[in-house]
Every structure is written in structure tokens, then in C-alpha cells.
Design a binder for this molecule. Sequence first.
Ligand code: HEC
Length: 103
Amino acid sequence: MKFKWTIGAALLASGAAAMARDPQALYLQSLAATCAACHGTNGRALAGPGVSALAGRDKDDLVRRMNAFKSGARTATVMRQISLGYSDAQIEQVAGYFASQRP
Ligand code: HEC
């Protein structure tokens, strides 16, 4: 019986911890995670040739680059299709997220 209570208390505590996490922060993390496969976790690109890092870069510059892909002004292999999948608000949000990350 004492054992069951301990488990119950542990579950309650972990549930409370999950709820304490800011839903907006979780949303931003999941948005940024859609870029992680190519640009690295939290925008810190893996070493080597290829895709540029996004962490710690200027927010407005990232927005401009995304919009250039979206409009087709900048040619791209994959970023045109990817950028088309995000609303203007989401581009602002994800750019802000990467700008606030440690490079
Ligand atoms: C499938 C791999 C892939 C994913 C996923 C991806 N990117 Fe990219 N990204 C690229 C490649 C490759 C380039 C170079 C341009 C091109 O060829 O498309 C690039 C270029 C960029 C650039 C321009 C960088 C510069 O220095 O000019 C930005 C900004 C960018 N991506 C943002 C994002 C964001 C934000 C996401 C998530 C919403 C994302 N990318 C998801 C592959 C990816």
C-alpha cells in the first residue's frame, strides 16, 4: 500500500512538472524541431559542409531569408517547399527562437 502511494505521488509530481512548462515554449521548440534534421538541434549545425547554422543569428535576417525562399526570389533545393509550409507568424516565431539560441 505504501508502495502504491509512492508511485501515485511520483506520477502527480511529474504531471505537475509537465503542466508547469509553458505551452508556448513547447510550441516553439516543436516548431524549431522541424528544422533540426538539417540545421542541427536548436539551430546549431553539425560540423562539416552543408547546411548553415541558425542559432544566434539576427531574427530579421532569418525572416528575410525565409521569405525570399517562400517568394521564390532566392533559388533553393529544399527551402522553397519547406518555407511554403509555414505561415508568416510561424516564420517570425521560429526566427525569434533561433535568434535567441546560443550559437
Ligand atoms: C531537409 C533539410 C532542411 C530542413 C528540414 C530545413 N532546412 Fe533550411 N536549409 C536547407 C538547405 C539545403 C538550405 C540551403 C538552401 C537550399 O538549397 O534550399 C537551407 C537554408 C536555410 C536558410 C538560409 C541560410 C543562409 O545562411 O542563407 C534559412 C534561414 C533556413 N534554411 C531556415 C530553416 C528553417 C527556419 C527551417 C525549419 C522551419 C528549415 N530551414 C528547415 C535545408 C533544410
